[in-house]
Design a binder for this molecule. Sequence first.
Ligand code: GRE
Ligand code: ZN
Length: 329
Amino acid sequence: MDGKIGLEEHFAIADTLQDSAGFLPPETWQELSGRLVDPEERRLREMDANGMETMILSLNAPAVQAIPDVARAADVARRANDDLAEKVARRPDRFRGLAALPLQDPDLASAELTRCIRELGFVGALANGFSEIEGSDAPLYYDLPQYRAFWAVCAELGVPFYLHPRNPLPQDARIYGGHPWLMGPGWAFGQETAVHALRLMGSGLFDDHPDLQIIVGHMGEGLPFNIWRVDNKNARTKKPGSSGPQPAQKSFTEYFRENFHITVSGNYCTEALLCSMQVIGADRILFSTDWPFENVDYSAAWMDSVDIDEADRLKIGRTNALRLFGLGG
Ligand code: GRE
Ligand code: ZN
């Protein structure tokens, strides 16, 4: 199909480029780094050749989230966002932007998000999981109480928030000891991000902000397949007047269906798509490639040929993104 839109589509600036080294075999770094800092020629060629109209661009990972010095995190976020705004301004017909945010400091993150939406014309935010902060080895997850004011700003601006993966910190990654192939995108990314998403759901965040929309990639990081069991176990320890022992009022499945969207980025598994369509619904699934870590050609070829209704293909490939980001057209 023509007119596909993707929303997990990365670039890097000089300060963040090295963060992506090491996730893929060293012999591919030259190719990968070239893609990340490409002045959008290669990217546009790939898009043109594969029926992709728009990429909603975001910074690589973990980038800002892994800069414990708050002032530096804010500075890198601002410069990345300014750089992205220039890319979008050069080709407003093909690119949009998601803001990088210094979530080490919720107030700075709120201010930067507001600047990006109101002044730079971005359509949402993308954060690479928890943030690290100087003086603490505790990962900052965004269900923590100090983030409620940030979420109020996000809800007020009415923009979606992409919760993108990162690796757990070493002290939280001991389960992968001796098995480095399980770190990164193969398993640890998804585990880390799914737990973060479940933390947001169970915290009651969406009772306060019922319109807030979170996006998770990689076919929902396992949530479509597993969320039934999260609810089933919680229901057995239910506290009166709620869906379970957690502070939230609704079930995890309800929040998943009302406050989440997923993308197919880097997970072109037809069986997983069919499960996701049954659990979260075709209205909440969106195409994405995860460029430069995945190729546009095979992502697009799968999207174009996977055995689903044409009406669902159009939603997933394009129109859900138009609606979620208010792109019009
Ligand atoms: C991603 O952005 O999803 C990603 C990385 C690094 C390796 C693989 C991958 O940041 O999918
Ligand atoms: Zn990605």
